[in-house]
Structures are given as structure tokens and as C-alpha cells.
Design a protein around this ligand. Structure first.
Ligand code: ATP
Ligand code: MG
Length: 139
């Protein structure tokens, strides 16, 4: 059975563009409940640790630099079928390929600066949520 938890970040590009409000609005209107949330600023170590699975990819250095370039909003979201439904709401990694009505279609500017993160599996949703939040911060 699909899990009911996913993890998201509103990335530095979307925070800089003042799009926290509109993005959170799209998320909650799509039926996701906020279970945990914080405004924080990753550094190279914490961004690198989060994206360690991509360490061998050619864009890793650029990704870590971008993700530590400004504050982000991190959140755990709850909904039935959370991971798949949230990937559908955010759209394709490359905004040029993202479907109409998705968050990335609306707010992302490039494949690197693509406004939001969404977990890719139930297992990673738990790992990623635990990277940012203690049990005292989840409700
Ligand atoms: P995310 O994990 O952030 O939700 P995703 O699952 O759609 O995105 P991944 O393949 O996991 O995509 O890549 C992680 C992130 O790395 C992307 O969101 C993007 O910011 C960056 N990225 C991916 N591919 C490229 C690329 N070819 N060039 C530059 N950056 C890239
Ligand atoms: Mg991913």
C-alpha cells in the first residue's frame, strides 16, 4: 500500500521570487496537510548530505551550490498516496516538460532552479523528513 507521507522543500529560487505563499496555497488546495514545516538555510555540508544520492552526477556541485544559496522552506506533507500525488502536483524536473497547472510549470525557471523538491519514494520521504525534523516537530 502507498504511504501517506511525503517531504518537500521550497527551493531558494522560489523563496527569492517571493513565491512561498502561492506554492503553499497550491499544496494545501491539492489536499495535502502540513505535518511539519520550517524556514531554514542549508550550507554546503547539509545540502550535500541531503543530495548525497546524486554525488556522482555531473550536476552535483551546481545543485549543492544552488540549494545552499539562500533560505528554503522544508515541510512534511500528509495525504493518501502522498509521494505519487505530490510528484504529479509539482510536475517534471525540467519545467519545459512540466504539465500545465503544475507548480514547476508555474514557478520553475530551469532544470536546476526548479522551485520545489518532492520525495521519490515512501522510504525516501521518511529519510528526508527525519533529516530536517525531530519527533517533537511533527504533528
Ligand atoms: P527533486 O529531487 O529536487 O524533487 P527530481 O526528483 O525531479 O527533483 P532528481 O533527478 O532527483 O529530480 O534531481 C534532483 C535535482 O537536481 C533536480 O530537482 C534539479 O534541481 C537538479 N538537477 C537534476 N538534473 C539536472 C541537470 N541535468 N542539470 C542541473 N540540475 C539538475
Ligand atoms: Mg529527486
Amino acid at each position: 500500500m502507498a504511504g501517506n507521507i511525503t517531504f518537500t522543500m521550497i527551493k531558494p529560487d522560489a523563496v527569492r521570487a517571493n513565491n512561498i505563499g502561492p506554492i503553499l496555497s497550491m499544496i494545501t488546495e491539492a489536499g495535502f496537510r502540513i505535518k511539519a514545516m520550517k524556514f531554514t538555510h542549508l550550507n554546503e555540508t547539509t545540502a550535500g548530505g541531503f543530495y548525497a544520492v546524486h554525488k556522482e552526477r555531473p550536476f552535483y556541485g551546481e545543485l549543492v551550490e544552488f540549494m545552499s544559496s539562500g533560505p528554503i522552506v522544508a515541510a512534511i506533507l500528509e495525504k493518501d498516496n502522498a509521494v505519487a500525488d505530490f510528484r504529479e502536483l509539482i510536475g517534471a524536473t525540467n519545467p519545459a516538460e512540466a504539465a500545465e497547472g503544475t507548480i514547476r510549470k508555474k514557478f520553475a525557471t530551469s532544470i536546476g532552479e526548479n522551485a520545489v523538491h518532492g520525495s521519490d519514494s515512501d522510504e525516501n520521504a521518511i529519510i528526508e523528513g527525519d533529516y530536517f525534523f525531530s519527533n517533537l516537530e511533527k504533528f
